[in-house]
Design a protein around this ligand. Structure first.
Ligand code: ATP
Length: 218
């Protein structure tokens, strides 16, 4: 079983690569950002704790968390970011662990019942693969959840350009968000596979295809 932990710096291309893996390999994609949003749904105990800490104004009139306001607090104060992560990460970890359990069960049943029918993506079927997109894979100490670590690298300049374009951030906001994470170089040092996303998408796809094939054969 392959559990690919896909990480990298902010805006380096995690969503871009996970969409490609989903579309072209049909791997299930489990995304920490989605679970982190789930964790703070209206009525959740984590949202209640956030309201106690930051006041009622941290929610919008419709009851949803005001993510922009929260972002302004935590991206300008490391202690608050640490506190918030401590609330959310255990929930995210639980969701991944549950998915992994289900995936193991499903594939053991599937393997026994359907061993002859498998024709397309044979290598994939022989070695069931799922992708865990975890921006804070190292910071949140979730490396034990995965069997291989892929880090997507992009030069700082490209990261900033793409963030400003995608999220309409100012230069300063883009820098602040990047600087709140472990350095990309440090992440690359701990990678099994580094995808260099400093050029165009065709070149990125080639690297992804090679990484899938390489690990499959090793
Ligand atoms: P975040 O950390 O914010 O979740 P991410 O790592 O998921 O970001 P993406 O959203 O995949 O990053 O990419 C950031 C932006 O850069 C997107 O708008 C994406 O379309 C664009 N992008 C990614 N790779 C390339 C590329 N090789 N060439 C041009 N644009 C790219």
């Amino acid at each position: 079983m392959r559990l690919i932990g896909l990480t990298g710096g902010i805006g380096t291309g995690k969503t871009t690569v996970s969409n490609y893996l989903s579309k072209n390999y049909q791997f299930p994609i489990w995304d920490a950002d989605i679970y982190a949003r789930e964790a703070v749904q209206p009525g959740s105990s984590i949202l209640e704790d956030i309201i106690v800490r930051y006041g009622k104004n941290i929610v919008l009139p419709n009851g949803n968390l005001d993510r922009q306001k929260l972002g302004e607090i935590v991206f300008n104060n490391r202690d608050e970011l640490h506190w918030l992560n401590k609330q959310i990460h255990p929930y995210v970890r639980d969701r991944f662990e549950q998915n992994i359990q289900d995936f193991i069960i499903k594939n053991s049943e599937y393997g026994q019942e359907n061993s002859i029918q498998i024709t397309s993506h044979q290598t994939t079927s022989q070695n069931p693969t799922a992708v865990l997109v975890i921006p804070l894979l190292f910071e949140a100490k979730m490396t034990d959840l995965v069997t291989e670590i892929w880090v997507i690298y992009a030069p700082l300049q490209k990261q900033i350009e793409r963030l400003i374009k995608r999220d309409s951030l100012s230069l300063e906001e883009a820098y602040t968000r990047i600087n709140n994470q472990m350095s990309l170089e440090e992440k690359c040092q701990q990678a099994d596979i580094i995808l260099n996303n400093s050029s165009n998408l065709e070149i990125l796809w080639q690297q992804v295809d090679s990484a899938i094939a390489y690990q499959q054969n090793n």
